[in-house]
Design a protein around this ligand. Structure first.
Ligand code: PEP
Length: 259
């Protein structure tokens, strides 16, 4: 399967920003700019309290909804948590899992990310599983080791049947929110490694279907080159997703490359 068989995905991670009215405004602008095109899959991921207002705005457009986290249990005594079913009820299609900020500040381990990934897939939510090395790990020459541990740890029990739904985001921690971006060559090297690890675990045909996003200071100025790489199938976007015009410019980059 060639790259062109995988539809680009541009996903915006709004993090802990915007209230429900502000989120609806941003979503309205995003829908106005890219809600009618169908070449590229587009998704915005607001915080939990903003999902409902944004869900109403994006409904009927090509902009899809995602969450930034979820719990792995379906319901019960888990104060403060949100289940996959609750997200589906608000028409979310995607969920970001194992973001480095969740790993760093909230103690998420590969085992927890694995439980969440399985629960998301079981509930028909597409998991965007985030992996990536710190600067220290890169400088110690441990990129492939870290990627392998995180990817295999997150995907225990995930089979080839999940390939269409599964999204992996390679996010070098040193590039997130820092303005530092991996060069296209650096990113492609890791993306190709991720695809070969996927092939070893779910088979080459299934691995070819999995979208692998790059995340880490992707912006309109560097998107064309990153997205043109053979194994880069889109972006997970933080800062640049908070402005409709820059987010739309990233979608347009992917659109150009889809033709
Ligand atoms: C992210 O948090 O997933 C991210 C990639 O952020 P930024 O684009 O701001 O680096």
């Amino acid at each position: 399967m060639s790259k062109s068989a995988r539809k680009y995905l541009i996903a915006g991670n709004w993090k802990m920003n915007l209230n429900s009215a502000e989120g609806a405004e941003l979503a309205k602008d995003v829908v106005a700019l890219v809600g009618a095109q169908t070449d590229v899959a587009v998704c915005v991921c607001p915080t939990f309290t903003v999902l409902e207002s944004v869900s109403k705005v994006v409904s009927g457009s090509n902009v899809q909804l995602g969450a930034q986290n979820m719990h792995f249990e379906a319901s019960g005594a888990y104060t403060g948590e949100i289940s996959a079913e609750m997200l589906r009820h608000l028409f979310a299609n995607f969920v970001i899992l194992g973001h480095s900020e969740r790993r760093e500040y909230f103690g998420e381990t590969d085992a927890i990310v694995n439980k969440k990934t399985l629960a998301a897939l079981a509930a028909n939510l597409k998991p965007i599983v985030c992996i990536g090395e710190t600067l220290e790990e890169r400088e110690a020459g441990k990129v492939n080791e870290v990627i392998k541990t995180q990817l295999e740890g997150a995907l225990v029990g995930v089979t080839a049947a999940a390939a269409d739904a599964l999204v992996v985001a390679y996010e070098p921690v040193w590039a997130i929110g820092t303005g530092k971006t991996a060069t296209p060559e650096m990113a492609e090297e890791v993306h190709a490694e991720i695809r070969s690890l996927l092939a070893a675990s779910i088979g080459a045909e299934a691995a070819d279907k999995v979208r692998i996003l790059y995340g880490g200071s992707m912006k309109p100025e560097n998107a064309d080159e990153l997205l043109a790489q053979e194994n880069i199938d889109g972006g997970l976007i933080g800062g640049a997703a908070l402005k409709a015009s820059s987010f739309a410019a990233l979608v347009e980059s992917a659109q150009k490359l889809s033709k």
